[in-house]
Design a protein around this ligand. Sequence first.
Ligand SMILES: [Fe+2]
Length: 403
Amino acid sequence: MNPLGTRLKARAQLAALKVAATLLPSPRPLVLLGADASHKLCQTIAQLGAHHVLIVTDKGLEKLGMIDPIVRRLKRQKLSVSLFTGVLPDPTFSVVEQGLAQLKRDHCDAVLAVGGGSSIDAAKVIALAATQNRKPQKLVGVLKARKPALPLFAIPTTAGTGSEVTVGAVISDDKTHQKALIIDPKVVPLATALDPRLMRDLPAAITADTGLDALTHALEAWISEFANHDTDVYAGAAVRLIFDNLPKAYTDGHDLAAREAMALASHYAGLAINKAGLGYVHAIAHQLGAHYGLPHGRANAIVLPYVLDFNLQAAQKRLAQLARETGLAGSAQDDAVAARRLVSHVRELIASLNIPHHVAGVRHEDFNAIIEAAFHEAHGTYAVPRYMAANDCQQVLEALGQD
Ligand SMILES: [Fe+2]
């Protein structure tokens, strides 16, 4: 199909997706916020009638001693607890299968995710597959599950993915490492604890990467053509909170007010992308992760300024509006100046967090595969303000690959 035909097809797919996104219910978890929120969540899990909870987490958090207090709290509520610590970054279907096997063996009737996006995504699919009598791979796509998931709860330990509120989960194929998306409102947890104490020992580099993932969610939702009044409220609030608090959380991890604000920002950005979706930053960053092993947040942080530059004209009004709402520009500046000011501020923020502008080792011979996969992800899925042609994407790759 020629580029125009491809574009028209993508536009038609997007129109259908917009109808689906409008009609699709987006349940929201009960949010417990503050320094003892994770303990209160243990009470809530008991109050909602669970008997045996499967905690889904990773070995790192267990070794850091972050899981023991949660286990004790659950037991104090007379709940039985099983611990699955097999989650790895970018979890695969075999990780989900292992957790599912443990859940069935121990007759668990609720799932509690404790960790970053990987643990929460794995827990979402474990809880969903547990009630379906189908292999987790069969749930890939939109609305593939027929029955409600097991009661699911989440305690995020990073402020970035917003997975505790999103209707999607990303699981990787064991062999190809291709990421598969499961989209279903049934994977939204019943309740979540945004507990800044659990984030205070997060290393500065991870604080930066995950915080910039949240910023990317908010900005991609803001400039999306699916943006509406509600998504603007959440995306705008997320951007303000991140501009004000990410540098503080990065400099002093024990600043609990900044940690709490970042947890909330990540949550708000997740609410925004549920309806407004993502854009080229994620589409390209996912491929950089697959090809060069870059962590998700770091890849987004590097790609973000280049894609904002690409959208500077097409999204000028929207970027200018956000610049004014965040106090970076006033009514005296015209849209072009205000939009550029916002993009410069994002660039300065990223630089202040010691994130490089470039990806080491980017190979020219990978460009075609990266561009094809990025367009496959974005076109017909993300309501971007301006379509990229292959040479536009190549220019971005060349720019971020220069050392
Ligand atoms: Fe993301």
